[in-house]
Design a protein around this ligand. Structure first.
Ligand code: PMP
Length: 388
């Protein structure tokens, strides 16, 4: 019997065998010629995956929170106005971070879990307070809410705010065209739709963000994240020259190089379409089983994950049964509803077969928890959506 379970949480996710093999390679020097090539290629490929030909990529050892911190530390100066489009837990984290660096933060959209502010609400604040930057959480992992990044970024551009997108639970899965949509900074982490075990903070800064950084009048208040240190390093790797500021996570960068090539071989549009299909199929099962999702309107449903309320009479003890049935899904995260819902990630290398296995395990969990439904209803709906 296989001694492993299918990992279907919203990150870390299941990784491909080639990515895992790269992690097991003998570690080389961070200034060895072959590693310099691998790092240089990863930087070039990151631009392609973010669809940001004009962007400056940064790859640092750290988690997604470091990528957020890097954006805040390098682009905020004390007294700057900042607008946070608030859709949940990770938007709140960005607000805290921005104010730590001295920004005057306004937040729009905190009304109720599972909602998102309307474009009109966001524009009203942009118009009245003229913030120097705004942050958007592409997918808030705590609620499964996806924002309309394209339209929000257009509003930020129109009103002169630098647009920063937290794509930690989105980039590489949700549709995102950084350059075309006018996103000044897009950031993510390795362990989600990018498909590499946890440990890398990834960020691509557009020309306007780099200009803003270069015209700073005050020092960057974070030593490790300071682009004054990292920009020359990233530029050197792309020029295939040795350089050093902090030791890169050599094997993770190697694995990133492999994963980015797999992503580009699939093609971004094909990848977006596949993610759409997996999500639609899982959500069809959820609906057929009579379960309610956390996002309050279908147009807010994320593609990379689903956040689902337990039905009446069922609680988080259901997750143990799902686990025993061979699939790991995640519990709640948003403090206001933490014990009332669960989350399933379906991104990266996930397949239709993974969706069916997950729905099957959830059906087992629901049945063992006493929920009344006809076994197979969810699988049937998921299967139908996968084949449509
Ligand atoms: N933003 C979002 C939307 C996330 O989902 C996460 C992680 N779940 C983070 C930021 C923070 O990333 P990390 O846990 O890698 O620091």
């Amino acid at each position: 019997m296989k001694n492993r379970k299918l990992l279907m949480i919203p990150g870390p996710i299941e990784f491909t065998p080639a990515v895992m093999r790269a992690l097991g390679m003998p570690t080389t020097s961070h200034v060895a010629a072959n590693f310099i090539d691998i790092f240089g290629e990863a930087l070039e490929d990151l631009r392609k995956v973010f669809l940001a030909p004009s962007g400056q990529p940064f790859i640092l050892a750290g988690s997604g929170t470091l990528a957020m911190d890097m954006a805040a530390a390098n682009l905020v100066e004390p007294g700057d106005g900042a607008l946070v489009v608030n859709t949940g837990y990770f938007s709140e984290r960005f607000a805290t971070m921005l104010s730590r660096y001295g920004a005057k933060v306004a937040s729009v959209g905190t009304a109720g879990v599972g909602g998102a502010p309307t474009l009109q609400e966001v524009e009203a604040v942009l118009q009245s307070s003229h913030p120097r930057l705004m942050t958007i959480t592409h997918v808030d992992t705590s609620t499964g809410v996806a924002t309309n990044v394209k339209e929000l970024a257009a509003l930020g551009n129109k009103h002169g705010a630098l647009v920063i997108v937290d794509g930690v639970c989105a980039t590489g899965g949700e549709v995102m065209h950084q350059d075309e949509w006018g996103i000044d900074v897009a950031l993510t982490a390795s362990q989600k739709a990018i498909g590499v075990p946890p440990g890398l903070a990834l960020l691509v800064a557009g020309p306007k963000a780099m200009e803003r950084f270069k015209s700073r009048k005050t020092p960057v208040l974070n030593y490790y994240a300071d682009w004054h240190e990292w920009l020359p390093i990233m530029q050197a790797y792309e020029l295939r020259k040795p350089s050093y500021f902090g030791t890169p996570a050599v094997n993770l960068v190697w694995a990133l190089n492999v994963s980015l090539k797999e992503i580009l071989a699939e093609g971004m549009e094909a990848r977006f379409t596949r993610h759409g299909k997996l999500s639609t199929s899982f959500k069809a099962a959820v609906q057929a089983l009579g379960l309610k999702q956390v996002p309050v309107r279908p147009e807010l449903y994320a593609t990379t994950l689903s956040a689902v309320y337990y039905p009446e009479g069922v609680d988080a003890s259901m997750l143990k049964h799902v686990d025993e049935a061979g699939v790991i899904v995640a519990g709640g995260l948003h403090p206001a509803i933490k014990t009332k819902y669960f989350r399933v990630g379906h991104m990266g290398a996930a397949t239709g077969a993974d969706i069916l296995a997950t729905v099957g395990a959830i059906e087992t969990g629901l049945k063992k928890s006493g929920y009344k439904f006809e076994v197979g209803t969810g699988i049937h709906a998921a299967q139908k959506a996968l084949n449509s």
